[in-house]
Ligand binder design. Structure first.
Ligand SMILES: NC(=O)c1ccc[n+]([C@@H]2O[C@H](COP(=O)([O-])OP(=O)(O)OC[C@H]3O[C@@H](n4cnc5c(N)ncnc54)[C@H](OP(=O)(O)O)[C@@H]3O)[C@@H](O)[C@H]2O)c1
Length: 238
């Protein structure tokens, strides 16, 4: 896809991977719609970009995906790419885990991804083009002790994306799953030092590294699809 002047909607755009993707796709000449809950952070990011619209809100609100689509079309007249990226990572031992936080994670990492995907894919199918990238994780390809609930959310995204790829074959619409290993972002802000040490034991990618992968996926010719990209720090031991 030639990215110049195309319109991309990015969820979880206020920090980390989503923010880096926004900055990179801005450099590629795309027009951007940025969403997350932190309006101030989004406004600050948007002010550094060429053409960006901010729509702040919780993506877990069932009305938000349609609102995002409608506002994008009203603002820019088109939508070409969606990066379904917002997510959290809640892990822990059986005795310690906060079950309400786990259920909140499922609502964000799975339910809101499904709602966003179905909403924009109906639009993409109607127009016969479009690209959806879901942020998965290496945790969507292999499990780890105490990570089971998070693993489940990302396995769901892997399965969902691959099934969509087959369903969408021949429609002009593309879907991919991007599966990073450890990336240095705010995802681990509330983790204990011990857990952070474990997850970064092989080093960490920078969010810009993931943005570059997104760009590579998007810029493939029409007849080429990368359905999944796994990218990890060189020394990641798992
Ligand atoms: N960092 C890693 O090592 C890693 C590895 C593999 C996969 N991932 C995946 O990458 C994605 C992005 O995470 P990140 O690492 O960039 O972490 P991050 O810096 O914490 O970013 C998470 C983003 O999601 C948004 N968000 C969180 N809860 C939300 C909600 N209820 N409604 C709307 N937006 C919400 C946050 O914005 P607000 O707080 O402003 O709402 C933020 O923009 C996630 O899906 C994560 O699972 C990360």
């Amino acid at each position: 896809m030639d990215l110049q002047n195309k319109v991309v909607l990015i969820t979880g755009a206020s920090s980390g991977i989503g923010k880096a993707i926004a900055q990179d796709l801005d450099k590629a000449g795309m027009r951007l719609v940025l969403t997350a809950r932190s309006q101030d952070k989004l406004n600050e990011l948007a002010s550094s970009l060429q053409q960006a619209k901010v729509i702040a809100g919780a993506i877990t609100d069932p009305d938000v995906p349609q609102k995002l689509l409608d506002t994008t079309l009203e603002t820019f007249g088109q939508l070409d790419v969606v990066i379904n990226n917002a997510g959290v990572m809640t892990v822990g031992a059986i005795e310690d885990v906060d079950i309400e936080a786990i259920c909140e994670m499922v609502r964000l990492n799975v339910e809101s991804v499904y709602r966003m995907a179905y909403t924009v894919l109906r639009h993409f199918k109607t127009i016969g083009s479009g690209f959806l990238i879901n942020t998965s994780s290496i945790a969507g390809l292999k499990t780890a002790s105490q990570y089971g609930a998070y693993n489940g959310t990302k396995y769901a995204i892997e399965a969902f994306t691959d099934a969509l790829r087959m369903e969408l074959a021949g429609t002009g619409v593309k879907v991919s799953a991007l599966a990073p290993g450890t990336v240095a972002t705010g995802l681990y802000d509330r983790w204990s030092q011990e857990d952070k040490t474990y997850v970064t034991s092989g080093g960490a990618l920078q969010p810009e590294n993931i943005a570059r992968c997104v760009r590579f996926i998007l810029e493939q010719p029409d007849g080429v699809l990368i359905p999944r990209m796994l990218v990890v720090p060189t020394n990641q031991p798992v």
